[in-house]
Ligand binder design. Sequence first.
Ligand code: SF4
Ligand code: SF4
Length: 180
Amino acid sequence: MSTYGFLVDLGLCISCSACEAACKTWNNVPTGRNVRWRRVIDQVLGVWPKVTTYGVSMACNHCADAPCVKACPSGALTVRTKDGIVLLDKTKCIGCRYCESVCPYGAPQYDATEKKMSKCTMCVDRIDAGKEPACVDTCPTGALQFGKLVDIDHEGVKQIPNFAEPSYTNPSIRFVPKEG
Ligand code: SF4
Ligand code: SF4
């Protein structure tokens, strides 16, 4: 299996939210802030006047030990064996929101109109066509990158402040911390 993952360079992100917009456009995610497969989360660390601010672009981390898959009572969430992508089959989702309650990253999104969950697919259709996810392809600064986890593993760290303890779910994401 060749697991894919995201690499987020916190020093390069300018919080423009182009990744959010690209995700919505490519995946037909409803407009507005209620359902956001990818979200840019503003972080503020330190005490004035020594304050560091940065944005963290987050989506589903396609965790190797995904609690959402275990919690789903209807079998709607599965792991694609060949690359570790966690997928949600809407036709099987019963809208119980159990996956939402166990995910430490806020990835599963409840669509109140459909009364079902939805979430990032890592743009599986694009990957199968040999392309990068739409968010990565659109990021104007290179803050958001994508690749085989074995290749990006040494490029960044597993944990940043205010981010869930990675040993809990083994998320397929690495971070290049912001300096200063
Ligand atoms: S980030 Fe959340 S929804 Fe995605 S695989 Fe991990 S636990 Fe599941
Ligand atoms: S597109 Fe890139 S720079 Fe813009 S918010 Fe997303 S990750 Fe940051």
